[in-house]
Design a protein around this ligand. Structure first.
Ligand code: ZN
Length: 279
């Protein structure tokens, strides 16, 4: 995970239809708040469910801007997956219902008034969103979660146990020992985020990436302007000198890009190769 800088210009569909729909939901909720809420002894099937219009938050203009802001990477696992799947518009604070820390069941309603809020939307891979994060939204202290009928909410007081890449700097909470994510300085928020986002599932892919960078670093040490050095290295690599020069140039390109925001698994790369350029 890395910090995500979102475009300042919110997609118009969120500021027009999104705001209008949010106001409609709040008005409906205020008519009978208890009918939407989990309460002791009330079965989930008896709770009035709030319905959301996915053509608003899932509009192509919203998704395109999220993808651009995130360099076509998943906000959680930093994989580049858009060549093989569409990806999801993810709600950082779950809109329909949420799971408290360690809870087995969902609490209704979720942060429904943030369903169309630009600052609650992220672009994620389907596995992070649908298999791992889902409706999880644990807080360190549930008392900091304000009652939902006080909509002008005090979200900044919520001590979320999940790293929000829009507001937090993930590198404050997570570091990497080679390919393995570990909580920085024993951070509980880091540990919870690693678990909830399922970040360890990508250990093998991150390891392959690190190996490729290590090899590239070896190649960048060869002076491509020295015929003697190139010829000697080409013999040891058992390739033609011209092919080696091409590989050295590819390696330099990887060296320059591997730790940047645009690169996959960039936080892992930065932790392992702190001297690589990040801008
Ligand atoms: Zn992901």
């Amino acid at each position: 995970m890395i910090r995500i800088k979102k475009s300042a210009n919110t997609p118009p569909i969120l500021t027009i239809q999104g705001v209008s729909e949010t106001n409609r939901l709040i008005d409906f909720y205020n008519l009978n708040p208890t009918s939407y809420s989990s309460r002791l002894g009330v079965l989930s099937k008896n709770i009035t469910k709030i319905h959301f219009d996915n053509t608003i938050y899932g509009d192509a203009t919203v998704k395109a801007l999220l993808k651009m802001d995130q360099h076509n990477k998943c906000c959680f696992c930093e994989s580049k997956f858009t060549e093989t799947s569409y990806g999801d518009v993810e709600h950082f604070r779950p809109k329909k219902a949420y799971k408290k820390n360690g809870a087995k069941s969902l609490t209704y309603p979720g942060y429904y008034w943030l369903a169309y809020n630009w600052n609650n939307l992220l672009f994620s891979c389907e596995i992070c969103n649908r298999k791992h994060k889902r409706n999880e939204f644990p807080l360190d202290n549930e008392l900091t979660r304000k009652p939902f009928h006080s909509h002008p909410n005090l979200l900044s007081n919520e001590d979320s146990l999940l790293i929000n890449p829009i507001e937090d700097n993930p590198s404050d909470y997570i570091t990497f020992k080679e390919e393995i994510p570990i909580p920085k300085n024993g951070s509980r928020k880091g540990a919870t985020s690693i678990k909830v986002f399922g970040l360890e599932r990508l250990n093998e892919s991150r390891l392959e990436n690190l190996k490729a960078i290590k090899l590239a670093l070896t190649l960048t040490n060869i002076d491509e302007t020295s015929i003697e050095e190139v010829n000697s290295a080409a013999i040891s690599f058992k390739i033609k000198p011209l092919d080696l020069i091409e590989s050295i140039r590819d390696a330099k390109s990887l060296y320059n890009s591997a730790a940047k925001d645009t690169a996959k698994f960039s936080l892992c790369v930065r932790c392992n190769f702190p001297h690589l350029p990040i801008n």
